[in-house]
Design a protein around this ligand. Structure first.
Ligand code: ZN
Ligand code: ZN
Length: 287
């Protein structure tokens, strides 16, 4: 295998472990979303049992307030759990970006890196992480929490609206439940499912989690490259049939490290690698 092929293999391995990490985060996010789904369904059963739908309009409106408070409580818990998970995922992904960059240089026998033990690499990643401007990482976390906050707010509003319309118009619980929907774990069934409140939220949670863990990973990688003096990078796509028309043409193109095209767009799976591989040991150039 020539050096270019070895580089591509090393980067694709990193992208694969990055994507495995991302899918674990997506599944964890969906697990807590599914928990809320279960609580909402229990709330609908409770509404059904309470016969509130059979009562007069004023009574229905009165009881609606209590129901909406319940929904707000369920979605608030969801938001708190997802907030903690996203904070952890962004920081871990950023760190994985650093560690992956170091491991690739070792795998490719770059001088100095080829002599690093696993412990050395972990220590070096910690050094680069300690050089990281916390406010930049906090900015990324806050941006992601805002995105997630919009999703949970719209989820709560969507559920409350369906219940309110249903209760005021006397719709059946089954009908209300249908419009609210639920979390769908089977990708094929999810793709085919019609629009419901939960399907919209699930789709956005998946896209945000995938895109933002990738963004954090890319920023960690960039931070490592900046620290060790990489000036040029090469764009690397996933190189498969799902590579989009925006990213495809970027494959193999070189960019100054401070002029990398906007990365990532939603659902992007690309990465980038040090070009011409003249890299520096933290602060000391290696030729
Ligand atoms: Zn793309
Ligand atoms: Zn891409």
């Amino acid at each position: 295998m020539n050096q270019a092929e070895r580089i591509q293999q090393a980067v694709l391995r990193s992208m694969h472990s990055r994507d495995l990490y991302t899918e674990r985060q997506v599944n964890a996010m969906l697990k807590v979303l599914r928990k809320s789904d279960t609580y909402i369904k229990a709330e609908l059963v409770h509404i059904g049992d309470s016969k509130v739908l059979k009562k007069g309009l004023e009574v229905r409106k009165e009881q609606l307030k209590g129901i909406q408070n319940q929904i707000d409580g369920i979605v608030r818990d969801l938001k708190n759990e997802q907030t903690l998970m996203m904070k952890t995922a962004v920081k871990e992904s950023f760190q994985n970006g650093i560690t992956g960059g170091i491991r690739e240089f070792s795998e490719l026998d770059f001088p100095y890196y080829n002599a690093l033990s696993h412990e050395d690499r972990v220590r070096m990643a910690g050094q680069v992480m300690s050089l990281t401007d916390r406010s930049a990482l906090d900015f990324l976390v806050n941006y992601d929490l805002q995105l997630l906050g919009n999703v949970t707010r719209e989820l709560a509003d969507g559920i409350k609206q369906q219940i309110a319309v249903g209760i005021v118009t006397g719709e059946s619980i089954a009908k209300i439940g249908e419009k609210i929907g639920g979390v769908i774990t089977d990708p094929e069934a999810f793709r085919k499912a019609g629009k419901t409140v939960f399907r919209t939220a699930q789709n956005r949670v998946e896209v945000i989690t995938r895109t933002e863990t990738l963004r954090a990973h890319g920023q960690g990688r960039r931070k490592f490259y900046d620290t060790v003096g990489v000036r040029m990078v090469v764009w690397v796509t996933a190189g498969d049939e799902r590579t989009c028309s925006q990213c495809g043409p970027l494959e193999g193109q070189e960019f100054p490290i401070d002029q990398i095209p906007p990365f990532p767009h939603p659902q992007c799976r690309c990465s980038f690698f040090a070009a011409r591989a003249k890299v520096c040991r933290a602060g000391v150039p290696v030729h």
